[in-house]
Design a protein around this ligand. Structure first.
Ligand SMILES: Nc1nc2c(ncn2[C@@H]2O[C@H](COP(=O)(O)OP(=O)(O)OP(=O)(O)O)[C@@H](O)[C@H]2O)c(=O)[nH]1
Length: 358
């Protein structure tokens, strides 16, 4: 696709280049039909190339191969006609006063075409040969133009070398761009992910929560928060060691994350042994049902350490609301926290929904 953008200027120039050369030389009067056919073809091909440019995206999606075939066909047609005209210049005396300028123009157009097409170097060289080879070989066959043709050959070899180098640089910069994009994505993921449990971290949760809060406010939807805290986690650490505690957190994160499976919902590690779940477009009943599912998943997903099952339970604080313009999103977290406190106070291993009178 980059090829198209790079060669667009050439497409416009090619549409008008022949009339600009033919009219002042009175070539049109002498070779009326040929002049009109050549100018018409160049113009028509430019129009076809512009149509190709305009429909490029859908065509590329439909078939990248067809897209390139058409691009190559039109470019080579342009190059072929120009190559023919430059060859004509050697034989037609009307061109004699400008023969050197013609050769210079051939060189100039060849260079710009080569650089525009250098991302596809083999095609660029083919295009270059369509432009330069006919005039060069004809020059070699016409005694008086042999020195000129020899210079063109040297020039052709020289710019081919530069084209190949430019292609390598283009590819290298392309590779660097791809690598940078991959690194950027990796960094973004790292930035959003909790290092221990590999689920979302608090930073990502805060951002997502704020977005969903605004969305829920605009569309008058309910939104729910579940704050999940491991019961007596300190005891697990103290009895089985910190590494076992870590493994337990990984286990829990997996069970919670697997249960929260709607794409819009988010489970994250909120800090220490605390997790948070954000459910968008979800009322209290649905939030309560999700809390039960999480409890069940944690129960089913047994945590085994050194061959023994370590019982792990959680307490969950639930809060739901339909966000109002003056309401702060942090109030919902506070309410879930208060409900969690209640769950702990009432003996743990349960979920409690926040109500105003609590
Ligand atoms: N292994 C491990 N422990 C952690 C991590 N983050 C926090 N903790 C521990 O989690 C424990 C939390 O203890 P408390 O806040 O007293 O809570 P608890 O023992 O779970 O008791 P309740 O919450 O009241 O049921 C502390 O001992 C922290 O050191 C972690 O990343 N890995």
């Amino acid at each position: 696709m980059d090829l198209l953008r790079r060669s667009l200027a050439g497409v416009i120039v090619y549409a008008f280049i022949l009339p600009v050369i033919f009219w002042p030389l009175h070539f049109v009067e002498a070779k009326h039909d040929l002049a009109y056919i050549l100018c018409g073809c160049m113009f028509l091909i430019s129009v076809l190339r512009l149509i190709h440019y305009y429909f490029s995206k859908p065509l590329y999606k439909f078939s990248a191969r067809l897209w390139f075939l058409l691009f190559a066909l039109f470019s080579l047609m342009h190059a072929g006609i120009l190559g023919f005209v430059f060859t004509l210049a050697i034989f037609d005396e009307r061109f004699t006063p400008i023969i050197h300028i013609s050769m210079l123009a051939t060189a100039g157009i060849s260079v710009s075409a080569l650089f525009a097409l250098s991302p596809r170097i083999r095609f660029a060289l083919l295009n270059l040969s369509f432009l330069m080879m006919p005039v060069m070989f004809t020059g070699f066959l016409t005694e008086e133009y042999i020195p000129l043709a020899s210079m063109m050959l040297v020039f052709l070899l020289y710019i081919s070398g530069i084209g190949i180098r430019s292609n390598r640089e283009y590819r290298r910069s392309f590779d660097i761009e791809i690598e940078l994009e991959a690194q950027r994505k990796e960094l973004e993921t790292l930035n959003q992910t909790d290092a221990l449990t590999s689920i979302y971290n608090r930073g990502y949760f805060n951002q997502h929560f704020e977005d969903q809060w605004q969305y829920a406010m605009r569309h008058e939807l309910e939104i729910a928060i579940l704050l999940i805290d491991v019961d007596h986690f300190k005891a697990i650490n103290d009895t089985h060691g910190h590494l076992a505690g870590d493994a337990c957190l990984v286990n829990l994160a997996y069970a919670i994350n697997k249960t929260v499976n709607r794409a819009i919902d988010v489970a994250a590690r909120y800090g220490g042994e605390e997790f948070v779940v954000l459910l968008s477009g979800c009322n209290t009943e649905q939030a309560r049902s999700m809390a039960q599912k999480i409890e069940q998943a944690i129960q089913d997903h047994k945590f085994v350490h050194e061959g023994t099952v370590i019982p792990v339970t959680v307490s969950i604080g639930i809060a739901t609301t339909m966000p109002k313009p003056k309401q702060k999103s942090s109030t919902l977290i506070d309410q879930a926290d208060q409900a969690l406190y209640q769950a702990k106070a009432q003996g743990r291993n349960r979920s409690i929904v926040f109500t105003e009178d609590e």
